[in-house]
Design a binder for this molecule. Structure first.
Ligand code: F6R
Length: 607
């Protein structure tokens, strides 16, 4: 989603801002811009499309200001063109904004009534106009922003720059994240630590409702009541990560290939390899007291939650409700107090997931966040955090975060099974041994890449693709379809294999590829029957299975991808890899922007 950078520097800041915006590219955007002060006057440079367009413009007419704000925009209100690109300006104020100002129409009518002239279709411009109008009444920049903030409804992060103010930047957050970077005689504002990584590793995070006044001498933070507050300065590990593609063509390819390693790291955090036991951190509840678990998330993280449901119900006999966050937050689902609610999120900033966390807390649930970004709002607000150790995920399509989420969910389900007396110590050790072998199986899965790439050539010729699976392979079918459509723009649907005959079978003809995810598990034979139904109607089957499944599948398939044999519990983690690689290669063949697919954002901070 939108990215924000603000720099109070000692040299001209435009090149640094463009560099920081590049690091925020992974969030997804459709236009970008920077503003600095030239001889005290606001100067803006904005461009539609990719950052290289902005870079070319900045190179053609360099900006010399030593203070500035910059932005990558993911359009919500108004088309993704140059006029609507940030920073927006009104009189002496320029502003960059992430999020949505919900009452912008009301404010716009009021400000226009008072004589303001708007030049864009955006909700952001009302913020600039409002602060400008308040300054026209005689308020200074800080007081004008203080007075404007309570008038804004919605979730947002803001960065302000003011004409004639060479040593001032103001930031504010409500809902969307905003970080302060502390340098030597330089200060920074950024929507995350990754943006600030080249400049400083000393980071503080604004809390909800905070406003910060930055000068080169430091940061003064005020909470939503206006009282000065201190926010701790932490050392961010983001700067330690060299966020580049290594030898890969895309971040997504790199991240797919990192999975054996990062899944190993995540396992190391929750498993004792020596004792072959689960080793969870202390949790603020007892699994024996739980009657129900609610899992809430969006997109790929939601599919991880769906896999988790099978594990909790099988291994711990614990009923699980998995809800799409945007539905749960406005639903009337009753919560019995004292139960557990799990929130799964790579970014830890997804607006809907955050809202369900607050909703569940208000309904007396113990809240646990399974997040990749441990400094995120969801991590900070949950009662307990179980980090996924996937490292920064830059490709918009989630890959390694998904498999690491599965690892954490599996460990939790096994721990719940043991605590509730449903699993013996031997069961636990057997399951943990299976988990420990996952990185090795993943390496074997990655070795299938040449075969997957060949299949992708065929898939890329199709307009529609079906994915089928049963049990834990059903959420993987959903995930496979999501991956394919989001990065290759090929229409795809995932179905529970048994549902096929209740409607989607009408789609099957000799042009329709059907990807069947079917390890040789207890529902394998049932899935084979569903494959027969597809084959009988000419559908072209690509079977993803293991040696026993390949030997026993009595159906002609276009191709079979054979993964090693492994215990059923761990198949979702390993089978995710061919599914991801198929989408990746189809997208590469289609020539799409794999790491930043159109219309998508990495961190979805609006609802
Ligand atoms: C798909 C994808 C999205 C995210 C979803 C939730 O590849 O990446 O569906 O999974 O937007 O994001 P997080 O996990 O950051 O809450």
């Amino acid at each position: 989603m939108c990215g924000i950078i603000g720099i109070l520097g000692r040299e001209p800041v435009a090149p640094q801002m463009v560099d920081a915006l590049k690091r925020l590219e992974y969030r997804g955007y459709d236009s970008a811009g920077v503003a600095t002060l030239e001889g005290g006057h606001l100067t803006r440079c904005r461009a539609e499309g990719k950052l290289k367009n902005l870079e070319q413009k900045v190179a053609a007419s360099p900006l010399r200001g030593r203070v500035g704000i910059g932005h990558t925009r993911w359009a919500t209100h108004g088309r993704p063109n140059e006029v609507n690109a940030h920073p927006h300006a009104a009189g002496p104020v320029a502003v960059v904004h992430n999020g949505i100002i919900e009452n912008f129409n009301e404010l716009r009518t009021e400000l226009e009534g008072a004589g303001a002239h708007f030049s864009t279709e955006t909700d952001t411009e009302v913020v600039a106009q409002l602060v400008c109008a308040l300054m026209a009444t005689g308020l200074g920049p800080v007081d004008a922003v203080k007075a404007a903030l309570p008038r804004l409804r919605g979730a947002f992060a803001l960065g302000f720059l003011f004409e004639g103010e060479e040593d001032l930047l103001i930031g504010a957050r409500r809902g969307s994240p905003l970080a302060i970077g502390h340098g030597e005689g330089e200060m920074y504002l950024g929507s995350d630590a990754i943006a600030l990584a080249p400049f400083t590793s000393s980071i503080s995070y604004l809390e909800d409702g905070d406003m910060v006044v930055l000068t080169r001498a430091g940061a003064k933070v005020f909470d939503e009541t206006g009282a000065p507050v201190a926010r701790p300065v932490m050392q961010s590990s983001a700067s330690a990560f060299l966020v580049d593609k290594g030898n890969y063509r895309h971040f997504m390819a790199k991240e797919i290939h990192e999975q054996p390693e990062v899944v190993g790291h995540t396992l190391g955090h929750y498993v004792s390899f020596a004792a072959e036991r689960i080793a969870l951190p202390d949790l603020p509840f007892d699994f024996r007291d739980l009657e129900r678990v609610t899992i809430s998330a969006c997109g790929t993280a939601y599919y991880a939650g769906l896999v988790g449901k099978y594990w909790f119900e099988r291994l711990a006999k614990l009923p699980v409700e998995v809800e799409i966050a945007s539905e749960l937050r406005y639903g009337d689902a009753p919560f019995a107090p004292g139960n557990l609610a799990l929130f799964v999120s790579q970014s830890g900033e997804t607006a809907d997931t955050l809202a369900t966390l607050r909703h569940a807390k208000a309904h007396g649930q113990h809240t646990v966040a399974i997040v990749n970004v441990t400094t995120s709002t969801i991590a900070r607000e949950a009662d307990a955090v179980m980090p996924t150790l996937a490292g920064p995920e830059i490709g918009v399509a989630s890959t390694k975060a998904f498999t690491c989420q599965l690892v954490v969910l599996a460990c939790l389900a096994i721990a719940a099974g043991r605590a509730r007396g449903n699993l013996t110590e031997e069961d636990e050790q057997r399951l943990v041994r299976a988990l420990i072998e996952v990185p090795r199986h993943m390496t074997a899965a990655l070795a299938l890449e040449p075969a997957v790439e060949k299949l992708a050539r065929d898939i890329a010729k199709n307009r529609d693709v079906l994915y089928l699976g049963r049990g834990t392979s059903y959420p993987l079918a959903l995930e496979g379809a999501l991956k394919l459509k989001e990065i290759s723009y090929i229409h795809a649907e995932g179905y529970a294999a048994g549902e096929l005959k209740h409607g989607p079978i009408a789609l099957i003809d000799e042009t329709m590829p059907v990807i069947v995810i079917a390890p040789h598990d207890r529902v394998f034979e049932k899935t084979v029957s569903n494959m027969q139904e597809v084959a009988a109607r000419g559908g072209r089957i690509i079977l993803v299975t293991d040696p026993q499944g390949a030997a026993e599948a009595t159906v002609d398939s276009l191709a079979t991808l054979t993964l090693p044999h492994m215990p059923a519990t761990v198949t979702p983690m390993v089978y995710a890899l061919p599914v991801q690689m198929l989408a990746y290669h189809a997208a590469v063949i289609m020539g799409t922007d794999v790491d930043q697919p159109r219309n998508l954002a990495k961190s979805v901070t609006v609802e």
